[in-house]
Design a protein around this ligand. Structure first.
Ligand code: SAM
Length: 281
C-alpha cells in the first residue's frame, strides 16, 4: 500500500468506513517529498528510539520503523489504533499505545531511551505536548514535527516580535529551533485550512539554568499575561526588589516582557528568587 498516493488513501479510508475528524486533526500526509524531508531531518540511526504522536494511517510510522531501532507510537483514535495494530502486527520494533498522548507518561518513555520525537502533530494539542516534552527531566535530543504555521512562528519568534511569548521562551531555552520546510495544505488529505511547517528542534545547553523552574514559569505567565505593560509595573508589588534587580541585570524597569530573551528571563527569575523580598517565592 502506498500511503502517499491520494487515491490509495481515499480507498483505504472508504474501506475502513472512516471519516476523518477535524477535532482530532486527522489530516493524513500524502506527499512523499514532505515525508522524505521529515525522516531525513530526523537523521535516524539504528540505535535511535523514537516517539511518534498521532501515527494515523501509519505513513510516517512505516518510515520510522524501517530507519530507527525502536518506535513508540501513540494514537488516540480507537479505529485508527485497531487498523495500525493489524497493519504492523509483524513489526517487532513498534510499540503501539492507544491513548490520548496527553495522558501518557511520556517521561517513562524518555527515561526508557526514546531520545527523538518525529511526528505530524495533532494541531489541537501540539503546543501543550511540545511544552511537556521540553520540560521533561530527560528531554528528547531532537524533535522534528509538523505543526501549523502559526505555532511554527511562535516557536521560532525572536524577542521583540509579536509572535514571541511563553511558548517561544520555554522551547528556545532548551532547543535550537528552525523551520525546515513550509508545507502546503495540499500535502494532506483532507487538506487542513491552514499552512503547516516542519520544525527541527535540537537540544541545547542553556547558558544559565533556572534555579527554581516553577517560579521561572510563574514569572513568565505573569509577565506575558500583561505583555504590553512595563516590567517594573508588573513586578513591583510582588517583588519590591525589582527596582534594583532589573537595573543590576542591565534591564530597564520600562522594558516590556516581549523584549527579554530566554536567558534574560532565567537571570531575572534567578535574581528574584535569590534576593530577599520576593513574596510567595
Ligand atoms: N501521522 C499521520 C500522518 O502523518 O498522516 C497522521 C497525522 S494527523 C495530523 C494527527 C493524528 O493524531 C491523527 O491520527 C489523530 O487521530 C491523532 N491524534 C489527535 N489527537 C491526539 C492525541 N491527543 N493523542 C494521540 N493522538 C492524537
Amino acid at each position: 500500500m502506498n500511503l502517499t498516493a491520494p487515491s490509495e488513501v481515499k480507498a483505504l479510508l472508504a474501506q475502513l468506513e472512516f471519516r476523518p475528524s477535524k477535532v482530532l486533526g486527522q489530516n493524513f500526509l500524502i506527499d512523499s517529498n514532505i515525508l522524505r524531508i521529515l525522516v531525513a531531518t530526523a537523521d535516524l540511526q539504528p540505535g535511535d528510539a523514537v516517539i511518534e504522536i498521532g501515527p494515523g494511517l501509519g505513513v510516517l510510522t512505516e518510515c520510522l520503523v524501517s530507519n530507527a531501532g525502536r518506535v513508540v507510537a501513540i494514537e488516540k483514535d480507537r479505529r485508527l489504533a485497531a487498523h495500525l495494530r493489524e497493519r504492523f502486527r509483524e513489526t517487532a520494533n513498534l510499540e503501539l499505545i492507544e491513548a490520548d498522548a496527553l495522558d501518557v507518561d511520556l517521561n517513562k518513555h524518555l527515561a526508557g531511551g526514546c531520545s527523538k520525537v518525529v511526528a505530524n502533530l495533532p494541531y489541537s494539542v501540539a503546543s501543550r505536548l511540545l511544552v511537556d516534552l521540553a520540560e521533561a527531566p530527560k528531554r528528547p535530543r531532537q524533535m522534528v514535527v509538523t505543526v501549523q504555521n502559526e505555532v511554527a512562528d511562535r516557536l521560532t519568534a525572536k524577542a521583540d516580535t509579536d509572535d514571541y511569548g511563553l511558548l517561544s521562551v520555554i522551547l528556545q531555552l532548551r532547543y535550537d529551533i528552525s523551520v525546515r520546510k513550509e508545507v502546503s495544505p495540499s500535502c494532506f488529505y483532507p487538506p487542513p485550512e491552514v499552512k503547516s511547517a516542519i520544525v527541527n528542534m535540537i537540544l541545547r545547553e542553556p547558558a544559565v539554568q533556572p534555579v527554581n523552574y516553577n517560579q521561572f514559569k510563574e514569572l513568565l505567565k505573569l509577565c506575558f499575561s500583561k505583555r504590553r505593560k512595563q516590567l517594573g509595573g508588573i513586578l513591583r508589588k510582588r517583588f519590591p526588589q525589582v527596582e534594583t534587580t532589573l537595573p543590576s541585570l542591565g534591564l530597564d524597569l520600562r522594558s516590556r516582557p516581549e523584549t527579554l530573551n530566554p536567558e534574560q528571563w532565567v537571570r531575572l527569575s534567578n535574581a528574584l528568587c535569590c534576593t530577599v523580598g520576593g513574596r510567595d517565592a
